[in-house]
Ligand binder design. Structure first.
Ligand code: PEP
Ligand code: MG
Length: 911
């Protein structure tokens, strides 16, 4: 049987069968647009007759180096015949011409990245026929010039500017401000001029034969799959390069047939806030691209209700039907031709993070989807948005008071951003690579600007609406954006912008607020937003019902612990107790503790540190009342507490010089004393110096070398626990030993801990329920986890060190060096310090868990390395059967969602 390359819209069942019975397969075969046009027809939504050339045809064309596969063209012609019958028109028939559009459509939406040609079928003869039929010469020649313009630029490769110049000239000649004011004669001349531009530029004519037009347009769409902007977009959006695009050929319907015609785009819910209200723009008497191009001022869809009530009512009903059918917010294109509604496209609508959360929750509550679906639909990145900076309210007020507020455009993509002005995408990309924060400022953006948008912190345009290219792309990639700031004058020649009386040069700092659409001069202070969004709170409460992993937090201070708790943390998975040693008021004692050779002096120093530590721990226990708190004993190398070698040497030379100029015996004595102390410090610093401190005297090794530190920390923990328990706080301390490699290290430390803990509890007359455990951050510990578990009641995977020691690459140096190149070259699939290396580090974790639990079945296993807040790693942790992940307070909400998604995916067999 011959290969089927072409499916009429009504042949969706056939496509389904061919694609293995799944909707995903149909989308893969017919592209999102083709599949949805066919589906709309199936559910009775008014769609103009048409057919789709499959992605398989595109791939065959591209694979053969640009040849139509056998039978494709014949099948296109046969399908066209059927459309002719349906419409009662004929392609190329001067008396009653059929016109079609040729639209690209890949499996995944790539807005504006590939090509489309409208009004195919027009030439001098059919144009005459159309005039006779419609009696509207202006309309026909406007349509004709659009065909030549699109065909010229898309198919023939003529620069679009040349066409635009002709239109500008025509407007000037006619004294017209907008295209709408140009008459039939003007468009006729424009069309003629367009055709001669094609001829001059390319050396051949714009093809008059409608069939040739169709064939070449189909080919151009195929080729646009591999166009630079499409490739860039796929790279950024993570879309595979071998999917190919489908081509949908659709009967033209016209929104520019007078004041009872219109064209527009709309979302079935508000794409910025998620509210359940149709949001969109339209234009009366216009063709589709006028709306998206942002050249003419569009009208709010609400006005359509007044202007064309019957068509609006049908549109409203169709929008609801589509949403109910797809169970998703839809982004639709429609045309009203002489009061008759036609739907030209529907796809899942792009939305902001807030909208995504609200829509998912609302749809679950409306019964359209399940709560599990709602949790799956929201991505961890969207939750993360709620934790992103916003401008500080005071900074905004101050800027407004001092004239720093420059204007307000449309708030199309939320978030606040500051950066230097870059007026084109290449410069934005370059400056961003140089490490600058950039705001890309353009009159409007086009698909060619995407790389600049991705590199920028934010986007500002002077033109365009909510559904403009800039708005869609910014929202998709979570870039703050303000568009349509019409007072903004952009002078590309002088590379500057002007708004009100303010002149801003390229490279000057500005701030934009995508939440409210505002532009400010200079850099505004930013704050983290309030995440108490009611929809987010609800969604995360659902997530908590589904997740099996606990979500704990890494927190060293009570204020962080409180924040994390507010965000939903169920315990502290890591308190790095050494952070408290670095506090300036404690450092002198810590120094003394290291410097002295006398045990008594060391004890004194430690006794001075103890009250501080006790207070720190008490604060954490109070903040986490009723929840576990894991305190890790001191970890960093000792010499980190000492002043550095170079500065000590400098101080010594300094003292020597001052000695030469000392003019009294007292002064000399004083300086000599200082000299001795510094010299001692230098000797100690030198003796503690290690070539590779990361693999040196740190972690448990330090606790074994200076046991008094362990004792002091344990005392501080248990004294604090007894104090807060007396206050009525429920306290569950877990004491954790870092960097264990051998079980014997743990034996020594456990004995020391138990003695001290018992002593404190006896002194205080109170028993505290506690756990003793260890970090697993060295391969040896993972491999001997059964031995270690004899002495540890819990494991916490320190995947920062475990990755470093498994790979043998330095966590401090690698990311600034070769590692990034490795990732760019594809030698490593991901940064192993960001996402757990499942095959290596993950295996060690697995071995550790299995061996550990073989000895102690209730062994509590968690993770506290940076990976604990990374969604992909959280999924791995779920698979490994950890009890919890622990991450920074700001990642806690993200981790809750990621943990729930992992559990649901596993249940659905997709993990
Ligand atoms: C780790 O190594 O993963 C860890 C949490 O400890 P630190 O980052 O303090 O070395
Ligand atoms: Mg570590």
């Amino acid at each position: 049987m011959e290969k089927k390359w072409v499916y009429l819209f009504e042949e969706v069942e056939g496509a389904e069968k061919h694609a293995g019975g799944t909707w995903d397969g149909v989308r893969g075969l017919l592209g999102g647009k083709g599949a949805n046009l066919a589906e709309m027809m199936r559910i009775g939504v008014p769609v103009p007759p048409g057919f789709t050339v499959t992605t398989e045809a595109c791939n065959a064309y591209l694979a053969s180096g640009g040849k139509f596969p056998e039978e494709l063209w014949e099948q296109e012609i046969a399908a066209l015949k059927i459309i002719e019958e349906k419409t009662g028109k004929a392609f190329g028939d001067a008396a009653n011409p059929l016109l079609v559009s040729c639209r690209s459509g890949a499996k995944f939406s790539m807005p504006g990245m590939m090509d489309t040609v409208l009004n195919i079928g027009l030439n001098d003869e059919t144009a005459q026929g159309m005039v006779a039929l419609t009696g509207d010469e202006r309309f026909v020649y406007d349509a004709y010039r659009r065909l030549v313009q699109m065909f010229g630029s898309v198919v023939m490769g003529v620069p679009d500017d040349l066409f635009e110049e002709v239109i500008t000239e025509a407007r000037m000649k006619a004294g017209a401000e907008t295209d709408a004011e140009l008459d039939a004669q003007a468009w006729k001349e424009v069309t003629r001029e367009f055709r001669s531009i094609c001829r001059r530029q390319k050396g051949y004519d714009f093809p008059r034969d409608p069939f040739e037009q169709l064939r070449l347009a189909t080919e151009a769409v195929f080729k646009s799959w591999n166009g630079k902007r499409a490739v860039d977009y796929r790279n950024a959006a993570g879309i595979a390069h071998d999917l190919g695009t489908a081509v949908s050929i659709v009967t033209m319907v016209f929104g520019n047939m007078g004041d009872d015609s219109a064209t527009g785009v709309a979302m079935t819910r508000n794409g910025s806030t998620g509210e359940r209200q149709i949001e969109g723009d339209y234009l009366t008497n216009a063709q589709g691209e006028d709306v998206v191009a942002g050249i003419r001022l569009t009208k709010d869809i609400c006005e359509l209700k007044k202007e064309m009530p019957a068509a609006y009512a049908e549109f409203d009903e169709v929008a609801r039907r589509l949403e109910n059918h797809y169970r998703e917010m839809q982004d639709v294109e429609f045309t009203i031709e002489k009061n008759k509604l036609w739907m030209l496209q529907t796809r899942d609508g792009k939305r902001t993070a807030q909208a995504a959360v609200r829509i998912a929750v609302d749809m679950a509550e409306e019964g359209l989807i399940s709560r599990e679906d709602a949790v799956i639909r929201v991505t961890p990145e969207q939750v993360d948005f709620f934790l992103h900076p916003q401008f500080d309210r005071k900074a905004v007020a101050a800027a407004k008071a001092s004239g720093g507020f420059l204007g307000r455009g449309l708030n199309v993509s939320p978030g606040a951003a500051c950066g230097v002005v870059a007026l084109d995408a290449d410069l934005a990309e370059k400056w961003s690579k140089d490490g600058k924060d950039v705001i890309m400022v353009r009159p409007e953006t086009k698909p060619d600007d995407v790389h600049g948008m991705l590199a920028s912190k934010g986007i500002l345009t002077s033109r365009g609406g909510r559904t403009s290219h800039a708005a869609l792309v910014a929202r998709q990639f979570g870039k703050p954006a303000v568009v349509g700031l019409s007072e903004l004058m952009i002078d590309m020649n002088r590379r500057q912008i002007r708004i009100k009386d303010e002149l801003i040069h390229e490279g000057d700092m500005i701030s934009i607020d995508g939440n409210v659409g505002e532009l400010y001069l200079g850099k505004l202070t930013t704050t983290v937003p309030d995440i108490r969004d009611p929809w987010l709170i609800k969604l995360l409460s659902w997530a908590d019902e589904f997740k099996t992993l606990g979500v704990w937090t890494n927190a060293d201070y009570p204020k962080d612990a409180l924040r994390a708790r507010e965000y939903g943390a169920e315990g502290i998975g890591l308190c790095r107790s050494e952070h408290m040693f670095f506090e300036p008021e404690r450092l002198p004692y810590v120094l003394k503790m290291i410097m002295t050779d006398l045990p008594i002096e060391r004890r004194e120093a430690l006794e001075a540190v103890l009250p501080f530590q006790r207070e720190d721990f008490a604060g954490l226990f109070r903040a986490m009342d009723g929840l576990p708190v894991i305190i890790r004993l001191l970890d960093p190398p000792l010499h980190e507490f000492l002043p550095n070698h170079v500065s000590l040497r400098r101080d010594l030379s300094d003292i020597k010089i001052r000695l030469q100029h000392a003019d009294s015996l007292e002064k000399i004595d004083e300086l000599l004393q200082q000299f001795k102390e510094k010299e001692k410090l230098l000797k100690r610093a030198d003796s503690l110096h290690e070539a590779n401190p990361m693999l040196g005297m740190r972690g448990v090794r330090l606790g074994i070398l200076v046991p008094e530190i362990t004792t002091m920390q344990v005392r501080a923990i248990f004294e604090a626990a007894c104090i807060v328990a007396k206050e009525g706080v429920e306290v569950y301390p877990e004491v954790m030993i870092p960097l264990t490699a051998h079980v014997n290290e743990l034996k020594v430390q456990r004995q020391r801990l138990e003695e001290e803990a018992r002593q404190v509890m006896t002194e205080k007359g109170r028993m505290i329920d506690y756990k003793f455990g260890t970090m697993i951050e060295l391969p040896r510990a993972a491999l001997t986890a059964d031995q270690i578990a004899e002495y540890a009641e819990f494991f916490s995977y320190g995947t920062n060190d475990l990755t470093q020691t498994t790979y043998g690459i330095s966590r401090d140096d690698a990311e600034a060096g070769f590692l990034i190149e490795y990732i760019e070259k594809g030698i490593l699939p991901d940064n192993p310090f960001a996402t757990i290396d499942e095959d290596g580090v993950g295996q060690l974790m697995k071995i550790g868990i299995e061996k550990g639990r073989s000895v102690r079945p209730d062994l509590e296993c968690g993770i506290c390395g940076e990976h604990g807040g990374d969604p992909a790693s959280i999924a791995i942790c779920h698979k490994l059967g950890l009890n919890y992940v622990s991450c920074s307070p700001f990642r806690v909400p993200v981790a809750r969602l990621a943990a729930a998604r992992a559990a649901i995916m596993e249940k659905r067999g997709n993990l």
